[in-house]
Write a protein that binds this ligand. Structure first.
Ligand SMILES: *[C@@H]1O[C@H](CO)[C@@H](O)[C@H](O)[C@H]1NC(C)=O
Ligand SMILES: *[C@@H]1O[C@H](CO)[C@@H](O)[C@H](O)[C@H]1NC(C)=O
Ligand SMILES: *[C@@H]1O[C@H](CO)[C@@H](O)[C@H](O)[C@H]1NC(C)=O
Ligand SMILES: *[C@@H]1O[C@H](CO)[C@@H](O)[C@H](O)[C@H]1NC(C)=O
Ligand SMILES: *[C@@H]1O[C@H](CO)[C@@H](O)[C@H](O)[C@H]1NC(C)=O
Ligand SMILES: *[C@@H]1O[C@H](CO)[C@@H](O)[C@H](O)[C@H]1NC(C)=O
Ligand SMILES: *[C@@H]1O[C@H](CO)[C@@H](O)[C@H](O)[C@H]1NC(C)=O
Length: 473
């Protein structure tokens, strides 16, 4: 390509101008998407940049978390959980073990003993069902890709995912309002978020359920995933054209969905749906996956360039720190769908490739990546930058499934009978009951007054967070 361009003087001049401009503004990351070595080298740079935003394993810091939560520093607890999943996938696709030890420590440190259901006390103030679930999905992934198993006396990946699932089917976390379904927040003191029954909380639950069903061959998990999909449809959170909306409030029985379409909702459903299709081979699931993928590609990967855009907030520059990480979940979900529902491959691959090329163009040659993928590096660090870095890393590493010679090495998610070695515990998490934990304050170790102060601060804070979110949506 390059030598052909150099053949014409005009092109050479253009190239010179571009590189001069480039030197002044730092050069873009170079990557050849036809070359595994080139993809791996680029991903390695991006991974290195991403880990530079993590300080949890430094003296005096808390392992597992990114700097936060707001307003002290940018990141909520959940985003680190999603980042470790991104690193697990990075290792799975590229084979680079550089970050496995940090990833392992993080996924173990935040389990929240003794229940080990990813509900550590420290993060109660921002612990939604989805927050918990993002950590659960990362543990599930560790089981599916054969990430090194913890020693027998530590929580196992599969059991951790089962624990998250079991806490989310507990009657304390479910009620009949809106016909059932999870609320966004777990704790009622977490303000308005508790009155919101949203798609992501239920999509993540469905996702973990589908994957547990596939891994363990236990039908109960699949039944819950089936039920949840139907519930999302009944409330028109997923409409007849496979648009996926954000959620609804309990005070009008969830009949008026917030119609914002954030990509993580669709992504997590595509992943879970593709797994359900894989295990059931049911036409119903094929239709759903086909519909969701089709609508997703058209909506989030607009023609002609097919580079992913976080539609509801990107054009107006209103995406928050969370939303800066969403593109990564979409790329990872679509790559997994290609593996477990191969009928989607021809549909998905051209879009993944175009979008990944965009992601790379939006990075600098030191691996610093931007959020806007349809232009060169945007210098956007205000709302991250770990999220945009996670997204670029996800796009680059999953791209290896496009290459002969690599795709054969990348194993589809394992199960208990196809090489998965993670040990489960079907009863994990069943001792967690919210009312019991948070009922009588006096009965707890923590000072009553201190705890009440925390509750008040948390409520004020959640309200502010909520207002900010409403504004951005
Ligand atoms: C909880 O916070 C304390 C105090 O900062 C810290 O020592 C501990 O490691 C944290 N635990 C988790 C699981 O984040
Ligand atoms: C609330 O919504 C659910 C789910 O659509 C429905 O089954 C139930 O009848 C509704 N309840 C009321 C009071 O409208
Ligand atoms: C997985 O397979 C092993 C060996 O066959 C078995 O002992 C174990 O109980 C299985 N675990 C689950 C969760 O099905
Ligand atoms: C989505 O489906 C429509 C109708 O079958 C088709 O025309 C369109 O090309 C599909 N889009 C994508 C991105 O697959
Ligand atoms: C990139 O996407 C944004 C958000 O949709 C849009 O506003 C902008 O016009 C696009 N830029 C280019 C160069 O296509
Ligand atoms: C399920 O996934 C496996 C592993 O990728 C794949 O070989 C198989 O074709 C999938 N099943 C269906 C029905 O697509
Ligand atoms: C299947 O999963 C359900 C839900 O967690 C659990 O109650 C049940 O014990 C599991 N069954 C087996 C055989 O593991």
């Amino acid at each position: 390509m390059l030598s052909k361009m150099m053949a014409t003087p005009l092109a050479a001049l253009l190239l010179l101008l571009v590189s001069l401009f480039g030197v002044a503004n730092a050069a873009a990351l170079e990557v050849d998407l036809e070359s595994a070595d080139s993809i791996k080298a680029a991903a390695k740079l991006v991974a290195k940049k991403l880990i530079s935003y993590y300080h949890g394993d430094e003296p005096g810091q808390t392992p597992g978390i990114l700097p936060g939560p707001p307003p002290d520093a940018p990141y909520y607890w959940w985003q680190a959980g999603a980042m470790w999943g991104t690193f697990v996938d990075y290792w799975h696709y590229t084979g680079d073990t550089t970050y496995n030890a940090k990833t392992f420590q993080a996924l173990q440190f935040q389990t929240g003993p003794p229940d080990n259901a990813y509900m550590p006390q420290n993060w109660t103030a921002s612990l939604g069902n989805d927050d918990q679930g993002f950590w659960g999905m990362s543990a599930m992934l560790a089981a599916e890709v054969g990430f090194p198993d913890p020693p027998a006396d530590q929580p196992q990946w599969l059991a951790l995912a089962q624990a998250v699932f079991n806490t989310q089917i507990d009657p304390d976390r479910r009620d009949d309002v809106c016909g059932g379904g999870l609320r966004w927040q777990i704790y009622s003191f977490n303000g308005a978020g508790y009155t919101y029954k949203n798609t992501i909380a239920n999509a993540v639950f469905l996702n973990i359920g589908a994957r547990l069903a596939r891994y363990t061959n236990n039908q109960s998990y699949a039944d819950w995933a089936e039920w949840t999909y139907s519930w999302l449809e009944e409330l028109h959170y997923i409409d007849d054209d496979y648009n996926v909306y954000d959620g609804g409030y309990d005070y009008n029985n969830c009949t008026v969905p917030n119609r914002a379409q954030f990509s993580y909702n669709a992504a997590i459903l595509i992943h879970g749906g593709a797994i359900m299709y894989n295990i059931t081979e049911d036409e119903k699931w094929k239709t759903r996956v086909n519909g969701l993928v089709n609508r997703t590609l058209e909506f989030f990967f607009p023609e002609p360039d097919r580079v992913m855009v976080e539609i509801p907030c990107e054009g107006t520059d209103q995406c928050n720190t969370d939303q800066h990480s969403f593109k990564g979940y979409m790329h990872r979900a679509l790559a997994t769908a290609v593996q477990v529902a191969p009928f989607t491959r021809d549909m998905i691959m051209p879009y993944l490739k175009a979008s990944t090329a965009g992601a790379a163009r939006a990075c600098l040659d030191d691996g610093t990546c931007g959020f806007l993928w349809n232009q060169t590096y945007d210098g956007d660090i205000g709302d991250g930058p770990a999220g945009q870095e996670m997204s670029a890393l996800a796009a680059l590493s999953t791209m290896l499934i496009a290459l002969d010679g690599e795709v054969e090495k990348i194993k589809p998610p394992l199960t208990n009978t196809t090489g998965g070695t993670s040990v489960g515990d079907p009863d994990a998490g069943t001792n967690v009951h919210i009312a019991q934990q948070f009922g009588p304050i006096e009965g707890k170790d923590r000072g009553g007054a201190g705890f009440l102060t925390v509750v008040v601060i948390v409520s004020i804070f959640t309200t502010l967070l909520w207002m900010a979110m409403e504004w951005s949506e």
